[in-house]
Design a protein around this ligand. Structure first.
Ligand code: C5P
Ligand code: C5P
Ligand code: ZN
Length: 461
């Protein structure tokens, strides 16, 4: 991979003008920011754009724009060899087309590594950046934000593989550190009871989703929840207070029969940025990633990219406003999907949000539903939402257990979408597609057979 990164670095060096095309999620923004900062430092003429998905229309437009070089980051794996007419490099981590041209493509799947947890789009982009100049090691923190934004720490409760190597660069450069701590979201910014209320990996029986139960739980443990007028956050608690809470959560899970493996998931590696102030949305890497997700997914990529590039004034203020809206949209989206009803088939479950949930966040909602107490996690979850061009977006999410049994959503969605004149792809555990409106039922029928085959044939093997 390092050799390929060096080859791509050479192509960048030899290009006069470079246009970056990246994805609208946290990993995409982080990848775009690494590429942009690298080109700025090189003094190269550059531009950047953010897209939801790479389709023929985008490729045709790019062809006509005649860029000296197009640098695709966190997307591009679907490009097949017949689009030679664009001078390009690709740094992506999605499952590739069979007919990719190796010479300009850096992707873990080309090196037998899984792009779902070994390295992210921002990670592979960082490898090229580091190849261009060792001094770019200070950008490694963005690669870690991208990896955590894509939930690459989820399977092992920590980053692994190439992500760990990148983390080491970040530690060497003094920009990041890792700690063993509770893995719940909002350690630095949420009142402790809220952090428990929203926990979903694992779900805390009797606590997740129940505000007053979380408050009583903490009161019973003798934890003071307020410091004057301020709610205390996890990072405000003493070591002893944190120990008491962790051991009581563990006891609760074990008593409910969750087993040691699942119980252990409450603790893991968390990542914090040395150059950010503790207690704000940028210090903890997961929170930083969520802040980025609140920007480009709502058509405001400038906000996310400027925060990545270091703005802590105007753009950060704007990002915080967007974050409030994003949280509200997720709460309403969950509610909407539940009211609409989760329909169960034998091998999958789904909801159709119509125009009730943005197509850019329907995947996050699908993931949250799959991880919620009242919904089974034995079946992959699909979420449909209308797009602004009159098509339908599908987001599919699975679990590690299903993947271990043979589920490959990337393969399935790619195949079924193509049969219906759509496009799809992604990872085994999470994939997406866009299909023509009106084809939803057909899509579900064919996909269900595909999933059945995947699970059934690997069981037999
Ligand atoms: O487009 P991209 O690759 O950046 O997005 C990855 C998607 O995969 C994210 O939506 C993330 O939530 C999902 N994912 C997941 N569980 C994992 C790894 C990734 O849901 N273990
Ligand atoms: O959009 P969503 O979050 O559901 O996407 C899940 C994963 O599938 C992401 O990694 C995304 O980049 C990928 N995807 C894709 N092709 C599509 C739609 C999504 O590769 N047409
Ligand atoms: Zn990604």
């Amino acid at each position: 991979m390092y050799k390929r990164a060096g080859e791509l670095a050479e192509i960048v060096h030899n290009s006069k003008e470079i246009h970056i095309v990246t994805h609208i999620d946290a990993d995409g923004i982080a990848a775009g920011a690494i590429a942009l900062q690298t080109l700025k430092r090189l003094g190269k003429k550059h531009s950047i754009e953010f897209i939801k998905q790479l389709d023929e229309q985008v490729m045709n437009r790019l062809k006509n724009e005649n860029h000296n070089l197009v640098w695709f980051t966190d997307l591009g794996s679907s490009i097949s060899d017949n689009s030679q007419s664009i001078n390009k490099i690709i740094t992506d981590h999605h499952v590739c087309s069979d007919d990719v041209d190796f010479s300009y493509h850096l992707n873990p799947h080309l090196f037998n590594l899984d792009g779902a947890d070994q390295i992210s789009g921002a990670g592979v982009t960082y490898l090229v950046s580091k190849s261009i100049n060792k001094k770019n090691k200070d950008l490694s923190f963005l690669a870690i934000i991208g990896a955590c934004g894509d939930l690459q720490d989820r399977k092992n409760c920590k980053l692994i593989g190439k992500n760990q190597e990148i983390l080491k660069d970040g530690k060497d450069a003094g920009v990041i550190q890792s700690k063993i701590d509770i893995r719940f979201f909002g350690r630095e910014t949420r009142p402790v009871y809220k952090m428990l209320q929203y926990s979903n990996d694992p779900i805390l029986p009797g606590l997740t989703g129940r505000e007053s139960a979380c408050i009583s739980f903490l009161q019973d443990l003798g934890i003071t929840m307020k410091d004057g007028d301020n709610w205390r956050k996890w990072v405000d608690l003493s070591k002893d207070e944190r120990k008491i809470i962790i051991s009581n959560i563990a006891q609760l899970l074990l008593a409910k029969g969750f087993g040691h493996k699942l119980t252990k998931r409450i603790i893991g590696e968390v990542y914090v940025l040395n150059n950010e102030v503790e207690g704000i949305e940028l210090h903890d890497v997961k929170e930083f990633a969520t802040l980025l997700n609140s920007t480009a997914r709502y058509g405001k990529p400038d906000v996310g990219i400027n925060v990545c590039l270091g703005d802590r004034n105007k753009w950060l203020g704007e990002a915080r406003n967007l974050l409030r809206g994003h949280r509200q949209n997720l709460v309403e989206g969950l509610q909407f999907a539940k009211e609409e009803g989760i329909k169960k088939r034998e091998f999958l479950q789904y909801f159709h949000a119509g125009s009730g949930i943005r197509d850019t966040i329907v995947g996050i909602v699908a993931n949250m539903l799959l991880n919620s107490e009242e919904i089974t996690s034995d079946l992959p979850m699909l979420g449909f939402a209308d797009t602004e061009n009159g098509d339908v977006k599908v987001s599919a999410r699975g679990t590690q257990q299903l993947v271990e049994r043979g589920l490959d959503l990337s393969k399935a969605l790619k195949k079924v979408a193509a049969e219906l004149n759509g496009v799809g792809g992604g990872h085994n555990i999470a994939a997406g597609a866009t299909i023509p409106k009106g084809k939803e039922e057909e899509f579900i029928d064919i996909l269900e057979k595909e999933i059945k085959n995947q699970l059934y044939s690997s069981d037999v093997l």
